[in-house]
Write a protein that binds this ligand. Sequence first.
Ligand SMILES: [Fe+2]
Length: 526
Amino acid sequence: MFSALQILTAVAVASINIVHGDNVGWVDYLGDNNQEFHDISLEWKEGSKVPNWLYGTYVRNGPGQHSFGSDRRQMNNWLDGFAKLHSFKFIGEKVLFSGKMLESNNYMASVKKGELVPQLTLNAFVDKEHDWNILEEGQIMAGMMEGTAFDNFNPMVWRFGEKDVEKGMYMAVTDSPSALRFNISDLSTMGLYLPKRIPFPTTGCAHPLREPGTDNTLWFMTKIDMLTGNKLVEIQRYKPSDSFDAPEVIASFEPAKTSIVHSFSVTEDYFILFMYPLDADPLEIMAKKFHIMEAISWKDNTDTDVYVINRNDGSVQHLTTQPMYSLHHANAYQINKDELVVDLCEKNPNALRDYLTVDKIFNPPETTDWKTVKSDEFSRWNINLVNSTVTKSLFVDSINNSFVNMLDFPVINENYRGKPYCYLYGNSLIDYTRTAIVKKDLCKEGGDKVWYRENHYVSETWFFPTPGESLPEDDGVLFTLVFDGELKQSYIMLMDAVTLESIAVSYLPVNIPWSAHGYLFPEAQF
Ligand SMILES: [Fe+2]
């Protein structure tokens, strides 16, 4: 499925494997797989201890297909791969496994043509000579105006609408103001949903959240008033009865600057938005031939804007703090009305453009120094609304393990969303291929735990709380997908969330390539 360049890099990695016994199967993990299959009953490995209280449908989203046959317009960013959904229907100890490509218009047109059709992409193509011509650029521009120039929503899934298999709007989402609906039962694509076009929506957010204590969705969009040129941030609440294009607007304000923002936090009363000194200007995106990440720019010595929006009255407080960048908020909570805590997974801002380019991801370093990357360290931000201060602190590595303080893909017990919490689960990645699952104890030193296997490539987890009242926060089971590089095969794993020990494994009949995020829909029981 890959170009000659990628096959060559694959061979290079294979020879590295022989010398170092490292990165085994990594390139296989990156292989495309657009195979469609439905409700395959999985078998747990002998000795697995599977709780009988697992219910609902977990859906994972990620790139499944990068090539359509043509040598032209080969993608240069792994995340430009077209979205494939995988679902796991939990029925007690039984699990049904399905997979299907999301059939967006741009995907289907590219399949039909055998080559990527004109659309927005993240990065420029492997061969710059293959870029869009002037006519195709006009097509993309028209698509941007009508909201169809980008429909490859591959990182995340969410339910808008009612908590009901038939009425719920199960959506693939990304940092776009639109969403692509799918059927939670068979993963078939149900069409693109657009927000209202006035004011003109420019970006959305890949990580909506539930409003604590409700089934509402909290989300935000950036918009532009085409008459005045003013940029707006719109903080939105979708009640289950709201249609996709008519949310309640909690607050609307003009930001000090626009920014690439991928997630936000909620607390009992507040919606918290960090707007970093990293942006991709729309005019620059056009100048870079509609490749978004080629247009990003980091503004040195420019503060991060922090907006704290009171969801009860819509008031907005603007604070500032040091320049920094984070893709994923982990969680936030209120110490009291005026003092808030926000936990962020920080990232080197250049990683957005460079980390997942094919030359890098297909050629991971042969050796590693196992050091925590300072720019990627997990951090805590204390906000004082009276003093208007936002101050950063770091966590101690009290178990002497490089993985524990650079976790990303943060996951918590969702019953603690927006509330004081102690346990955070995540993936920690060193030099691409040294991947670990981490349990971070935020309340006491020495409580961190790490699960690591050489040449096993982990991905995001999901926390299933044990049913019952007044149980400890970490009483539950973690679910995750792993790729076994030695066997070149994907497997699912359940872990004891207290000890981080593996308790159940099932190897999958179809491999799942490197994927992004997933979500459990407990109401989707079959
Ligand atoms: Fe994300």
